[in-house]
Design a protein around this ligand. Structure first.
Ligand code: CP
Length: 347
């Protein structure tokens, strides 16, 4: 913790206090779940782009520090990019796949544990905290109980009981590392100060959580973009994430003049059909004809993507597709977050 010496001059005193708050809280990061955790978003993107120029510049920062990555669900990009980001910062990494080789964990409070679950999260989490300095957690929505999913009860227990800074590697309701990487990518590829960014629902054979679209909306609403969401009626997302975004139910109309198309499927958020599939209409698949309505828009998707369901081969293989640089930026978004967390625990 830095010491603050307050001078007699009121103006000076105010500036010292502001500097103190700016320096210690703007970059102070104990959790990363939503856009607000980054503080000033423009500064965060600037910092990320600086890190990208020399991703090994902070190699000393993570020396003798350990990152624990806890996966309750599968992953390709998050697993690799988070580990790579930690290694760039000189950290050691431990990966725990809860469903492969760990004791089966009980997550509910107050249950009689006479079934197949050998250990409770309430012991497991503080134990995990003993072996590391920072924890990343992936724990998807079960899509059975909206209140339970939206309480983020797994992630919240890690925050409460681990004694360590905790970041989401995709929780039940948000995927902030993805949305931060998406914003970095938009910053790199935009050719105008305020691009039109359209997030489009697209069909999928399985019911998927709302975490990615929630976070994308969360970030776009704070970024300097003209943000539009298009989806079939009945697919309205949580208003806490949608906020002031424009909703357009006509996908083709939404695409007109777009600079970025961000495709994603999600299941129904509304109470009565929460977690269900309400539409499988392939008319919502993103194809070349729809992309021609745009302003030569870049195509984005967080991946993994179902080809010829979400997006046609032609679009994802076209020069307009930036899904690979988008995935590459996952390393940068994560390194920025880990750097800030390491700086916080060293104060
Ligand atoms: N986009 C993303 O989080 O990919 P993974 O599920 O493979 O980690």
């Amino acid at each position: 913790m830095r010491h603050v010496v307050l001078g007699w001059n009121k103006e000076y005193e105010t500036s010292v206090i502001l500097h103190y708050f700016y320096y210690n809280f703007e970059h102070y990061m104990k959790t990363f779940i939503q856009v607000n955790d980054l503080g000033d978003l423009k500064l965060a993107v600037k910092e990320a782009l600086e890190i990208k120029k020399n991703r090994f510049a902070y190699k000393k920062l993570g020396e003798d520090k350990t990152l624990l990555m806890v996966f309750f669900n599968s992953s390709l990009r998050t697993r690799l990019s988070t580990q790579k980001a930690a290694m760039n910062l000189g950290m050691n990494t431990i990966v725990l796949d809860i469903n492969q080789g760990a004791w089966r964990l009980e997550t509910e409070k107050g249950v009689i544990m006479d079934g197949d679950k050998s250990e409770h999260l309430l012991e497991a989490i503080p134990v995990m905290g003993c072996y590391c300095d920072i924890i990343g957690v992936r724990s998807f929505a079960r899509l059975e109980n909206k209140e339970e999913d939206y309480s983020e009860y797994i992630l919240q227990q890690f925050i409460q009981y681990s004694g360590r800074p905790v970041f989401s590697m995709e929780g039940a309701t948000t995927h902030p590392l993805q949305a931060f990487a998406d914003l970095i990518t938009i910053e790199e590829f935009r050719d105008k100060p305020r691009p039109k960014v359209v997030m489009s629902w697209a069909p999928h054979p399985k019911a998927l959580p709302q975490a990615v679209p929630n976070s994308f909306a969360d970030f776009m609403n704070e970024a300097d973009v003209d943000f539009v969401i298009t989806h079939p009626e009945g697919y309205e997302l949580d208003p806490r994430f949608v906020r002031g975004a424009k909703i357009e139910y006509n996908q083709e109309k939404a695409f007109e003049g777009a600079d970025f198309i961000y495709a994603k499927n999600w299941s129904i958020f509304a109470d009565d059909h929460y977690g269900q599939i309400g539409c499988s209409d392939k008319k919502w698949t993103i194809d070349a004809a729809k992309m021609r309505l745009t302003n030569h828009a870049k195509f984005m998707h967080c991946l993994p993507v179902r080809r010829n369901v979400i997006v046609t081969d032609e679009v994802i293989e076209s020069p307009q597709s930036i899904v690979i640089p988008e995935a590459a930026n996952r390393e940068i978004s994560c390194e920025t977050v880990l750097k800030r967390m390491l700086e916080s625990i060293q104060e």
